[in-house]
Design a protein around this ligand. Structure first.
Ligand SMILES: NC(=O)c1ccc[n+]([C@@H]2O[C@H](COP(=O)([O-])OP(=O)(O)OC[C@H]3O[C@@H](n4cnc5c(N)ncnc54)[C@H](OP(=O)(O)O)[C@@H]3O)[C@@H](O)[C@H]2O)c1
Length: 324
């Protein structure tokens, strides 16, 4: 039986740097240099990215070196490159925040990992290289059955989808309104909805995406090219709207989502896809309707995985299990 295609598999062709064959070639010939895909300055990817030859790094104490097999290109990498992210690393620097690869060298004091073990990195910026060095404590072994593509994307988007749903405490039978439903995060939320039993109203920007979202288990789909978001939410969920929403688009769509909340409702804003190519500060906003916010006591707040990593406690990491 064929393996089911997961949300993360989608990026395999379009946005996954696969370094597999080249890296084994490098190690076979015992070369001391490797390739690094470097952002040389802030700007558009085509203008600022350069493939450079760098020395292969050495693992220090309590570190491991990983021979990278694949690393995804996520929207946040493009945000960093365009100078619009929450962090601004000094450039030139290799970008990329996730990778899967094989442990290639162990630094002193590393006992919990072995050479050749397949691992993913957590919290490392600069994975678009043939070899990376990282703290052994922030390297996680991955199961054999997971494809290279899925393993490379195991951290950022799956964790984000899980945390968004758990931060809003979405209950079985309850509605969750989400924008950019066709994104990797959106599809992971759909998988969670099947697992946990909540219903979804899925906003996409083109009607042609609707059938696929329904096939993935989306309860209702709103296509903003043909539908009015607020009218459709009221038709689906009732005049009061929905209690919980997640938004990755921002701009007018984000504002419409917040208008569609019921009193005491909450939107978690976790992306701003509508601003990706904008440079005018005025366009980087979500024009919230003040009266609706005030008189209906609504909350619109941000979520950023980077900050969650900095602040999470072991208790905060407990995630609700799925339905039995
Ligand atoms: N806050 C955090 O910690 C965090 C963590 C992870 C991801 N994110 C954010 O989550 C978002 C989704 O990431 P991803 O990796 O899942 O994305 P992705 O797989 O690359 O998918 C992008 C999706 O966004 C849609 N889209 C792009 N521009 C749009 C626009 N202007 N209006 C409406 N839809 C638009 C695309 O629709 P089409 O199919 O129609 O092209 C596509 O479905 C990004 O903004 C990312 O930065 C945030």
């Amino acid at each position: 039986m064929g393996r089911r295609c997961t949300a993360t598999d989608r990026k395999q062709n379009s946005a996954l740097l696969s370094l597999n064959s080249a890296s084994s070639r490098y190690s076979d010939s015992l070369m001391e240099t490797m390739r690094a895909l470097v952002a040389t300055a802030v700007g558009e990817p085509a203008d600022v990215l350069r493939l450079e030859t760098w020395p292969i790094p050495t693992a220090g104490p309590r570190q491991v070196r990983v021979r990278v097999q694949a690393a995804p290109i996520n929207p946040n990498d493009l945000h960093i490159m365009r100078g619009r992210y929450g962090i601004a690393p000094p450039m030139p620097t290799p970008l990329g925040q996730e990778a899967v690869g094989l442990v290639d060298a162990l630094g002193d004091g590393v006992n919990q990992l072995r050479i050749g073990q397949r691992v993913v990195t957590v919290g490392l910026l600069g994975t678009w290289q043939d070899y990376i060095v990282h703290n052994a404590a922030q390297v996680l072994p991955v199961p054999d059955g997971l494809s290279t593509s899925s393993a490379a994307q195991l951290v950022t988007n799956p964790l984000t989808a899980t945390l968004l749903v758990s931060e809003l405490d979405v209950q079985p039978g309850e509605w969750l309104l989400q924008t950019a439903a066709g994104s990797t995060v959106g599809r992971l939320v759909l998988q969670l909805s099947g697992h946990q039993g909540f219903k979804t109203i899925n906003v996409v920007r083109r009607q042609s995406a609707a059938a696929e979202i329904r096939a993935l288990g989306g309860t209702e789909v709103i296509s903003t090219d043909v539908d009015d978001l607020r009218t459709r939410v009221a038709e689906i969920a009732g005049g009061e709207g929905v209690r919980k929403a997640i938004d990755a688009v921002g701009g007018q769509i984000g504002a419409d989502v917040s208008r569609s909340l019921s009193p005491f409702g909450t939107t978690l804003v976790y992306g701003a896809l509508s601003t990706h190519r904008q440079t005018e500060p005025g366009k980087l906003t979500v024009p919230l309707f003040a009266r609706s916010l005030i008189y209906e006591s609504k909350t619109v707040r941000g979520f950023w995985l980077y900050r969650w990593f900095q602040t999470a406690t072991p208790d905060g990491c407990r995630i609700r299990p799925g339905r039995p």
